[in-house]
Ligand binder design. Sequence first.
Ligand SMILES: C[C@](O)(CO)[C@H](O)COP(=O)(O)OP(=O)(O)OC[C@H]1O[C@@H](n2ccc(N)nc2=O)[C@H](O)[C@@H]1O
Ligand SMILES: Nc1ncnc2c1ncn2[C@@H]1O[C@H](COP(=O)(O)OP(=O)(O)OP(=O)(O)O)[C@@H](O)[C@H]1O
Length: 294
Amino acid sequence: MTRTLHNCPAPAKLNLFLHVTGRREDGYHLLQTVFQLIDRCDTLDFELREDGLIKRGNAVPGVAESDDLTVRAAALLQSATRPSADGKPLGANIRINKCLPMGGGLGGGSSDAATTLIALNYLWQAGLSNLELMKLGVQLGADVPFFLLGENAFAEGIGEALHVLALPKRWFVVIEPGVSVPTAAIFRSADLTRDTKPVRITDFSNAPNGFGKNDLQAVAAKLFPPIAEAIKWLGKFGDARMTGSGACVFCSFESEREADRVLEQMPPQWKAWKAEALMQHPLAHLLNRNQELV
Ligand SMILES: C[C@](O)(CO)[C@H](O)COP(=O)(O)OP(=O)(O)OC[C@H]1O[C@@H](n2ccc(N)nc2=O)[C@H](O)[C@@H]1O
Ligand SMILES: Nc1ncnc2c1ncn2[C@@H]1O[C@H](COP(=O)(O)OP(=O)(O)OP(=O)(O)O)[C@@H](O)[C@H]1O
């Protein structure tokens, strides 16, 4: 039995567009979005424990151990898994090396949770299918099923109704405007428009670069002026927009060279970086994909 998995990547996502098309009775919003995986990642280490305990091996500023999405993901998987022959569940030590900013719209916490479910399903030999992991994942956050799908996707519902989508190889410049955006506050805003007309997946496929808009952007940029400033500056180079509920802002380019040129001119007040589009989740080889999936 493998006992450890080191340096497991939890990649970021960008929402290439994000339309709010309605609101459910439970308050959650109906969205249409395209999720793009990129090669900027948190990395996680997992070590098997025989005593059944789930422990986080390092502190994550601002996130208590019991609230950490990795710890919650592990506990959820444990409760859905049959104990070993001696009746005891297996546990794990989890270390998180955070690179993705929290409240950045890059889905860092959700991706950490998805990587935890993938890695522990493998280490514990729990044998859950990908669809079963996705059903657990959606209880942790709306973006978690996407990271478990392992491929770029067009999403509907609250983000969990996924259709695999082939996206072109692109480079992205991403600015971290230095603020952390609380997702719930953006969705709660009275200023949010919730009636964008639904689009079809083919509408996007016909014009993948610069399609649609991010309906959360106006609200987030008004509440957090550094977001508006970053969009204005990056907008000089192309169709710059916010990802998710913010705060990060991105613009896509055909080549790494073009991305480098933009980074060279970046004002010093922002942390910024380039990333390449990923075609697949880096842990796709550990996913139990089968016909259940789209
Ligand atoms: C905006 C996106 O980043 C797009 O990728 C995600 O949908 C947000 O996903 P997330 O950060 O995993 O968010 P969750 O933890 O599921 O939800 C945080 C809060 O945002 C609101 N929320 C989230 C997703 C959604 N489709 N409708 C909502 O209204 C809810 O108030 C929820 O309590
Ligand atoms: N391991 C974790 N990493 C990051 N955030 C975590 C983690 N565990 C719990 N959280 C909580 O989740 C919140 C959202 O973090 P996350 O990094 O996913 O934001 P985000 O990138 O804005 O997500 P999204 O794009 O899905 O809205 C954090 O503010 C934090 O309180």
